[in-house]
Design a protein around this ligand. Structure first.
Ligand SMILES: [Fe+2]
Ligand SMILES: [Fe+2]
Length: 167
């Protein structure tokens, strides 16, 4: 009986592809965890009338993004990778740092849209790479991509609301 898979992404023949996918999953894992940090801060900091709604929405997203991070971690392990330790983390979300004024909701909404757009771009690349290589990862990332598209759409709506409130 073979001790390694003879077909699919777990096979020896697919080692290089598998390692590439693991690297892309690690990037996704970090993106999700940084998003959790940024969304916690931006769900608490804002002041003002519209701030409550945005904060409540971010509050819900935090749990979803955390769930995404856990799914990416589980898949890294399934592909024989190792989930990295926190010392490998490098922050990238300049656009989601707290604004100078906590009433500056445009900054928060634009930052969330930028974070979701970054995730959407990376997950589309992952899906494309996994096509014909790893349908299980592809399937998982498609479901996550749908969540991110929903998040971005919601915040595009908030942006329109902010613009309309000034018109
Ligand atoms: Fe996410
Ligand atoms: Fe998201």
């Amino acid at each position: 009986m073979a001790t390694t898979a003879s077909q699919g992404i777990l096979s020896e023949d697919a080692r290089e592809d598998r390692e590439q996918i693991v690297e892309m999953l690690k990037k996704a894992y970090w993106m999700e965890l940084e998003t959790v940090m940024s969304y916690i801060a931006n769900s608490v900091n804002p002041d003002g009338l519209l701030a409550r709604e945005i904060a409540e929405s971010l509050d819900q997203d935090i749990q979803e993004e955390l769930g995404h991070a856990q799914q990416f971690a589980a898949r890294i392990k399934e592909l024989y990778g190792v989930v990295p330790g926190s010392k490998e983390f490098a922050a990238e979300q300049d656009f989601l740092q707290p604004p100078g004024e906590q009433t500056d909701l445009d900054h928060v909404v634009d930052g969330v849209i930028a974070a979701e757009t970054g995730a959407i771009e990376h997950y589309n690349a992952l899906i494309e790479f996994c096509a014909d290589r790893d349908p299980v990862t592809e399937d998982m990332v498609i479901a996550i991509l749908r969540d991110e598209e929903g998040h971005r759409r919601l915040f595009e709506g908030f942006k329109r609301g902010l613009e309309a409130s000034r018109a």
